[in-house]
Design a protein around this ligand. Structure first.
Ligand SMILES: *[C@@H]1O[C@H](CO)[C@@H](O)[C@H](O)[C@H]1NC(C)=O
Ligand SMILES: *[C@@H]1O[C@H](CO)[C@@H](O)[C@H](O)[C@H]1NC(C)=O
Ligand SMILES: *[C@@H]1O[C@H](CO)[C@@H](O)[C@H](O)[C@H]1NC(C)=O
Ligand SMILES: *[C@@H]1O[C@H](CO)[C@@H](O)[C@H](O)[C@H]1NC(C)=O
Ligand SMILES: *[C@@H]1O[C@H](CO)[C@@H](O)[C@H](O)[C@H]1NC(C)=O
Length: 420
């Protein structure tokens, strides 16, 4: 015998019953929220200009609208990941013809390929460097929208997400660099990293120093290697409650904001968004360009693995070495590395001129950790410099003032002159 169900009551009766069960004040609150979401949805539907819908526009369509000559390529790495590469040049074709040297950009944790194009046009590092006449190439992080493919796996397979930035340095960087180097006619390339992109560059050059013969310099913005002095309350809280290992135990392998909750949150609840960011990345958010906030959040977080976070958790709280991923399983470490403890990256292998751009208010790439990195690079690097700026971590992507771009411009000019 089945259970007898009551006749389904109609909607108003249901709401009425609900209101009777809870207090009126909660009910009023609920109604306000429903109306607000409805209003928001209505406002979203009325937006027709694609530039006002940054969370839905494809990057190459965005650059088309802004008139930048753009090319897009997909390459396959040794471990089967399909990685997206985008090339951008000056919108003024006269400048383009005087073709300056190539510049490669690699971006941060959970950053999509858009991250350096989301400030005002003249303040976005990608457009700024391209408009100086440089041949700009960008590598999309594996796991993000345009680098989501694999020869044998899909993003629904847990195996797809078994990577850290270590694999991006080992496989993606090398495959992409080789590809770009051939495309630009074997000219020396300047490299610019942002956040975890700096980590990838450092790890790649420490493990594969031969690449440096083809590299002019490294410019590292918001550099992160060891982050033992990070002071991000949110990140620290994450570590303290068990963080990445806990998520893994729960069977969660990827971190993707599929519903763009952060985008809508930033757009419609900006005070809250500012507070959240101040607890994650930048201790001073007032130096960020508020008008471009939602554009930045349109593609952030871009999608990454829990293993990446686990690796960061290790470098923040479990070791003061800049080292490879600890599988938290001695047998697995031995199989992978031949040692119980993961090997340390040898920064002494890095010989190219390296310039650190550091934000005073950076919670993740703190000035203290940048100083440690700087000291160890100075031991071997031909020429290492460190500049401090009045900004935090996201400042390099969406700073209100962007004086670091002039410094960047000078470094590109000087170093390529020295190379000729
Ligand atoms: C993909 O699958 C084929 C067939 O099983 C295998 O030969 C190949 O090694 C796999 N490639 C990668 C990168 O896993
Ligand atoms: C393009 O660059 C050339 C050379 O610098 C300059 O003379 C010209 O005015 C620029 N054109 C536009 C449309 O800005
Ligand atoms: C590269 O792959 C991405 C993601 O699968 C896809 O959206 C894009 O159209 C591809 N681009 C090219 C040039 O093949
Ligand atoms: C450790 O790794 C080995 C080799 O991959 C595996 O066989 C074993 O089950 C792992 N141990 C635990 C506790 O996960
Ligand atoms: C190091 O960099 C500084 C500033 O960019 C420059 O003046 C100097 O000539 C460089 N030295 C070497 C050895 O490249």
């Amino acid at each position: 015998m089945g259970v007898q169900f009551e006749q389904p009551s109609n909607l108003p009766t249901m709401i009425k019953n609900f209101c009777l069960q809870f207090t009126k004040i909660y009910c009023a609150f609920l109604v306000v929220i429903i109306i607000s979401i409805g209003q928001m949805a209505l406002m979203e539907m009325q937006i027709k200009d694609p530039l006002q819908r940054p969370h839905q526009i494809k990057y190459t369509d965005y650059t088309d609208i802004l008139n930048y000559p753009t090319q897009e390529y997909n390459i396959t790495t040794e471990d089967g990941y399909i990685i997206n590469i985008i090339r951008i040049q000056a919108k003024n074709t006269t400048i383009q013809e005087h073709g300056k040297p190539p510049v490669l950009m690699y971006f941060g944790l959970n950053c999509a390929i858009e991250v350096f194009s989301m400030n005002n046009e003249e303040q976005s590092p990608t457009f700024f460097v391209a408009n100086q006449g440089y041949d700009v190439w960008m590598i999309a992080n594996r796991g993000t929208l345009y680098s989501s493919g694999h020869v044998n796996l899909t993003q629904n397979d847990p195996e797809y997400w078994q990577f850290s930035w270590q694999e991006m340095a080992e496989y993606d960087f090398r495959s992409a660099f080789d590809f770009i180097y051939e495309k630009v006619g074997r000219k020396k390339i300047s490299t610019i990293g942002f956040s975890q992109g700096t980590t990838i560059l450092l790890a790649a050059l420490a493990d594969y120093p031969n690449y440096q013969q083809k590299i002019t310099q490294m410019i590292l913005m918001g550099p992160t290697a060891n982050i033992i002095n990070q002071n991000s309350p949110a990140f620290t809280l994450g570590i303290n409650i068990g963080g990445a290992p806990l998520l893994k135990k729960l069977g969660i392998n990827k971190l993707v904001d599929e519903y763009k909750l952060l985008y809508y949150g930033t757009k419609y609840l900006s005070t809250f968004a500012h507070f959240v960011l101040s607890q994650i990345t930048d201790s001073d958010v007032t130096v960020l360009n508020q008008e471009r906030f939602q554009y930045f959040m349109a593609t952030y977080p871009g999608g990454t693995s829990v293993q990446v976070y686990d690796h960061w958790q290790q470098l923040a709280s479990e070791t003061d070495q800049f080292r490879k991923y600890d599988y938290r399983n001695v047998t697995k470490n031995i199989i992978k590395y031949g040692s119980e403890v993961p090997p340390t990256y040898n920064l002494q292998n890095i010989k190219v001129p390296t310039h650190l751009f550091v934000g005073r208010y950076d919670r993740l790439g703190s000035p203290e950790d940048a100083q440690i990195l700087y000291e160890s690079l100075k031991l071997s690097s031909v020429n290492a410099t460190m500049q401090l700026y009045d900004g935090g971590h996201l400042y390099f992507a969406i700073g209100r003032e962007t004086p670091f771009l002039q410094k960047l411009q000078q470094m590109l000019i000087d170093q390529h002159k020295a190379d000729d």
